[in-house]
Design a protein around this ligand. Structure first.
Ligand code: DC
Length: 224
């Protein structure tokens, strides 16, 4: 799919856990009238179901089989759009601990990429957040962003936002997931060469969004 030509618009937003991707993507979606997709949700659904159904996440084939079952079960929608799951179920400590093992399975990543393409094909203009959106899923996205911030800042923001868990626990989880996301051999987290990198450590949400909006406008994304 070539997003750089025609009216189709895909904006890719990547970065480590709790870097502010969701907040800024929602603001971009609102400003430009884009559909929004949180790709990490799919990895979380698979991790959640693996825990619930007793599938060992170290067993790549079993996890891919589980993903295929989930796709079959949600045939009428798209697993990505499934509303069966409560946000707090998918953001539990056990899912946070398990999701990195699921996300390092190459074949599973292929399945999730297909689901994202399927979803995006049905949208005229969208913004997608994740870890490999600008590098692997949409290498020719109209605009690419890589958001980051110091781990301490990300952990503090996450605790303030969610109001649960101690700062120390959340910081440990953030650092562990950074390490897992960046060191895996398949689609590791890294900025695409043509991504605009924004360190949000000492920026307000508005400052980050303003910068992203400016970049999108210079890439020809019109306000609808
Ligand atoms: O964005 P998130 O924290 O909800 O993502 C959950 C996990 O899924 C994250 O630890 C890494 C993985 N992930 C991924 O590997 N690739 C993506 N495009 C999105 C998420």
């Amino acid at each position: 799919m070539s997003e750089k030509s025609g009216k189709k618009v895909v904006i890719a937003v990547d970065g480590p856990a709790a870097a502010g991707k969701t907040t800024t993507c929602l603001a971009l979606a609102d400003t430009f009238g884009l559909r929004y997709l949180e790709s990490g949700r799919t990895y979380r659904i698979v991790a959640y179901e693996a825990l619930r159904r007793g599938v060992a996440v170290e067993d790549g084939r079993a996890v891919v089989g589980l993903c295929d079952d989930l796709i079959d079960e949600s045939r009428s929608t798209n697993l990505l759009a499934s509303t069966r799951y409560e946000p707090q179920e998918l953001r539990s400590i056990s899912v946070n601990r398990t999701v990195s093992a699921v996300a390092r399975i190459g074949e599973l990543r292929g399945r999730v990429t297909e689901l994202i393409h399927l979803w995006a094909n049905a949208q005229a203009r969208c913004v997608v957040e994740g870890r490999d959106i600008g590098t692997v899923v949409f290498p020719s996205a109209r605009a690419k962003f890589y958001l980051t911030a110091r781990p301490e800042t990300r952990a503090r923001r996450r605790v303030q936002q969610e109001g649960r868990g101690s700062y120390e626990e959340v910081l440990k989880d953030v650092i562990r997931r950074d390490e897992a996301d960046m060191s895996r051999s398949v689609s590791p987290l890294k900025p695409a060469p043509d991504a605009v990198e924004i360190d949000t450590t000492s920026l307000s949400v508005n400052q980050v969004v303003d910068r992203m909006v400016d970049v999108c406008r210079t890439r020809g994304v019109a306000i609808s």
